[in-house]
Write a protein that binds this ligand. Structure first.
Ligand SMILES: NC(=O)c1ccc[n+]([C@@H]2O[C@H](COP(=O)([O-])OP(=O)(O)OC[C@H]3O[C@@H](n4cnc5c(N)ncnc54)[C@H](O)[C@@H]3O)[C@@H](O)[C@H]2O)c1
Length: 298
């Protein structure tokens, strides 16, 4: 590569040439439910699973948005439907699994993606006010859903659970996420390992996907902000924020037979962010913030 750093435009061009927006039909005949599927990464996962051939239930407390996504998924063929449910409650979790099993005739894949909204006012504070929500939606819901789903996932002997974690499970983003977010995601990683051991004998594989910086499909994207974009290009080796589709591809892989001997793992999908040497990356981002002349090496 001769020390040449490709420009962001070159990286984008290369990505768009490689990007087919299709998924191999790795999940034909499989039946999936996605919590938090009405928007963002959850909606992208619904699309990934559907395009890979699965029938999909979109489970979310935002009923109208979930129904919209399900209607669009259904237009691609196969089954897709929405269930309006609050997974912070036992009844909500039971409703998600019962509805999915009766509508799809069984269940092969459970994706736990729902998470509380990130309240900027709580950043950096030690206040416990949003712990309850994180405990209920990130941890308790994943346990209850796994419990209600397990007997159905065990039927085929190839059931799958994928929990959507975060790189903040193992590193601290103090200005981006509250402590309950960090701690609940760390708990989710360990829950993933525990469930993998508990369910292994039933042929149920349990893994997690851990996204880094991901552009959201609502509101402002990280990459739309020029300052953020130059920092992302400095600290992420692949020189861009992730997309919901990047995360969906990892989820489809882990749900498929291609991952038949993988369980209890946390797959990081962060463009290399986590392996970058921290001081060097931060210094470079800082210098870019000070608008170094183009071509300066950091
Ligand atoms: N966006 C990122 O950069 C990023 C990075 C790392 C990890 N993640 C993780 O990916 C997942 C999706 O993130 P996102 O940014 O797309 O989130 P989002 O906030 O856009 O979507 C979350 C969805 O969960 C639903 N939800 C929340 N509470 C619920 C409840 N009690 N019952 C049912 N549904 C509920 C919401 O209605 C929403 O549709 C989350 O688990 C998040 O922690 C996101």
């Amino acid at each position: 590569m001769g020390g040449v750093t490709p420009s962001a435009a070159t990286v984008k061009k290369r990505l768009s040439m490689n990007e087919t927006h299709t998924f191999p039909p790795a999940l034909l005949g499989m039946r999936a439910v996605v919590t938090g599927g009405a928007q963002g990464i959850g909606a992208a996962i619904c699309w990934g699973l559907k395009l890979a051939g699965a029938d999909v239930v979109v489970a979310d407390q935002q009923g109208e948005k979930a129904r919209e996504i399900a209607a669009r998924l259904g237009s691609c063929g196969g089954l897709a439907l929405a269930v309006t449910a609050d997974v912070s409650t036992n009844e909500g979790c039971q409703n998600v699994i019962t509805t999915a099993v009766s509508a799809l005739g069984g269940l092969d894949i459970l994706i736990n993606c729902a998470a509380p909204g990130r309240d900027k006012l709580l950043l950096g504070k030690l206040s416990p006010v949003d712990w309850d929500l994180h405990q209920k939606i990130v941890l308790d819901a994943s346990v209850m859903l796994a419990d209600f789903a397990s007997e159905h996932l065990a039927v085929s002997g190839r059931g799958v659970i994928v929990n959507i974690s975060s790189v903040t499970a193992s590193s601290i983003a103090i200005d981006q996420c509250s402590w309950p977010y960090h701690v609940s995601k760390a708990g989710l990683d360990q829950l993933t390992r525990w469930l993998a051991v508990r369910f292994g004998a039933h042929g149920i594989r349990v893994n997690a996907v851990s996204p880094g910086l991901v552009d959201r499909d609502i509101g402002h994207k990280l990459s739309d902000n020029l300052e953020y974009r130059s920092i992302i290009e400095a600290v992420v080796p692949l020189r861009r924020a992730g997309t919901g589709e990047d995360i969906a591809k990892a989820v489809v892989f882990l749900s498929s037979i291609q991952a038949s001997y993988i369980t209890g793992q946390v797959l990081t999908v962060d463009g290399g962010l986590g392996v970058n040497e921290v001081f060097g990356a931060a210094l470079k981002a800082h210098q870019i913030g000070k608008k170094l002349p183009v071509g300066s090496t950091a």
